[in-house]
Design a protein. Structure first.
Length: 292
């Protein structure tokens, strides 16, 4: 009987994923752009000019305190110059996703805060690893979408997600075990299905699927970075939960620092600083997304 219920739940979940709205066309265009192209800035500007709702958000960030300009601008080109084309591209992706998963309550806003913060700290970890090992912007994108399966669970099975979060798991492994027991599948598996349906690159699909099991990952370096970024921002996923920046040294060392791979050669103090700076950097984007 329990197996039958899980099978039915899995079928409903697949139907729910199949019926998700598609991402705006701007996302496919963004992903197809070459960040090394000399015209990258102009191409981002062209995309913004065709997406007024997203352009407004770039203007909001460009005029925010986080960017630090005393003179406001109402023009897209100088706004994009302030924000930076890569930062604007990242914001466009996040904004497009919020059109699919609109943050309506504190829980969904908590999911978004976690997603953005993981993306930002993953980018910083990617820079630390070096371009020979990792593209920092790809790390950001993977970090941003790593928990997209939890958004789907919240939409399709909110009571089950509540049961999962109220269980006494204390680690990612415990979370996956609880999800399998309650749902018959994990948020990582659901997330990979969503990313594939949306037509995101297979690298992103694989990292989302493997982000809690980096030891078995098909893209070990990128997955390890997203896994560590997730750990670094792990407590921020729940409404009202303290951020990792508030953890004491022993907790931070045990929960995050001990999991860092050799290519992320960070001291405990450097890790704490990276987490704090990433949280601060995320604030402007979250505010522009209406999730602050």
């Amino acid at each position: 009987m329990e197996t039958d219920r899980r099978g039915l739940a899995s079928e409903r979940m697949r139907d729910g994923i199949a019926n998700l709205p598609t991402l705006p066309a701007v996302v496919a265009k963004l992903i197809a752009l070459d960040r090394e192209d000399d015209r990258y800035f102009d191409k981002i500007l062209e995309l913004l000019e065709a997406e007024p709702n997203l352009a407004v958000r770039v203007l909001a960030i460009a005029n925010s305190a986080a960017v630090g300009s005393a003179v406001p601008t109402t023009m897209l080109r100088p706004a994009l110059g302030r924000v930076g084309s890569q930062a604007a591209s990242n914001m466009l992706l996040a904004a497009a996703m919020t059109q699919v998963f609109v943050p309506r309550d504190d829980y969904e806003k908590g999911l978004w805060r976690h997603a953005v913060r993981v993306g930002v700290v993953a980018r910083r970890m990617g820079r630390k690893a070096g371009l020979a090992l990792c593209n920092p912007e790809e790390a950001y994108t993977c970090g941003l979408v790593h928990d997209i399966g939890r958004f789907v669970l919240f939409r399709e099975a909110p009571r089950k997600l509540k049961r999962i979060d109220e269980s006494d798991w204390e680690s990612p492994t415990g979370l996956l075990r609880t999800e399998r027991a309650v749902c018959g599948f994990t948020h990582a598996q659901v997330g990979a299905m969503v990313c594939r349906q949306w037509g995101l690159p297979e690298t992103i699909v694989d990292v989302v699927n493997d982000h809690h099991t980096p030891e078995d990952a098909r893209h070990p370096t990128l997955t390890a970075i997203v896994h560590c970024a997730d750990l670094a921002m792990f407590p921020s996923v729940l409404p009202g939960a303290p951020g990792t920046e508030e953890a004491d040294d022993e907790t931070l060392r045990e929960k995050v620092w001990a999991a860092l791979p050799p290519f992320l050669d960070l001291s405990l103090d450097e890790l704490r600083t990276m987490i704090a700076e990433s949280t601060e950097e995320s604030a402007a984007l979250l505010e522009a997304l209406g999730v602050g």
